[in-house]
Design a protein around this ligand. Structure first.
Ligand SMILES: [Fe+2]
Length: 199
């Protein structure tokens, strides 16, 4: 079944600036995502988005939350409605009159699957973090001290091993780094310490 969204416009421009509160976003996450592993993945990506917005883009707290929220909800429909991923969460956010930029970021987090190209920096970073975050987490689970002492070399070795976390698309990671204009090394070195703190 195709996951192509077959459209490029999401939400209404008049909804710019409308975002969910943290309580509303957490409620949606808890209702829709029952699998604790997927919940953790979304919290990890949310933390990475927030940290990048703060440290690299120097955005204010309100904008950091916009980035965080896209991370927190990007896979919200994957657990219960995988055949409607990511149509269902997009429609939900459109029905709630959420800012079109946030919806666009979620719609473009897998351009090779959904057919929507990342445009803004927020779009590109969500795409860049998504798969690599998963691979680094899988690597942490097989290390005796998890994230402690994890280094660039170890992650790159796993990345080269196609059989390791085989569902993580190396193609997506390379494409995302190219689009976001960052090196894979920079991305790995950002993810390790920021993701380690998310429980
Ligand atoms: Fe994801």
């Amino acid at each position: 079944m195709s996951l192509l969204l077959n459209r490029n416009i999401f939400g209404k421009p008049s909804n710019a600036g409308n975002i969910l509160s943290k309580a509303e976003a957490n409620k949606l996450l808890a209702l829709w995502v029952l699998n604790p592993r997927l919940q953790l993945h979304m919290k990890q990506v949310a933390q990475l988005m927030k940290s990048w917005a703060a440290e690299k883009e120097l955005l204010n707290e309100a904008d950091q939350w916009r980035w965080e929220m896209t991370g927190l909800l990007h896979d919200a429909d994957w657990d219960q409605w995988p055949d409607q991923h990511c149509k269902k969460i997009i429609e939900e956010l459109e029905n709630r009159d959420i800012d079109p930029e946030i919806i666009h970021a979620i719609a473009s987090h897998g351009p090779l699957h959904f057919g929507v190209q990342p445009e803004t920096k927020m779009d590109k970073m969500l795409y860049a973090f998504d798969e690599l975050s998963g691979l680094i987490h899988a690597y942490s689970l097989m290390r005796p001290n998890n994230y402690e002492g994890m280094d660039l070399k170890g992650v790159k070795k796993r990345l080269k091993e196609k059989s390791f976390a085989a569902n993580v698309s190396r193609e997506d990671i390379e494409d995302a780094c190219r689009l976001a204009n960052i090196t894979i090394d920079e991305l790995i070195l950002f993810i390790i310490p920021h993701q380690a703190a998310v429980k």
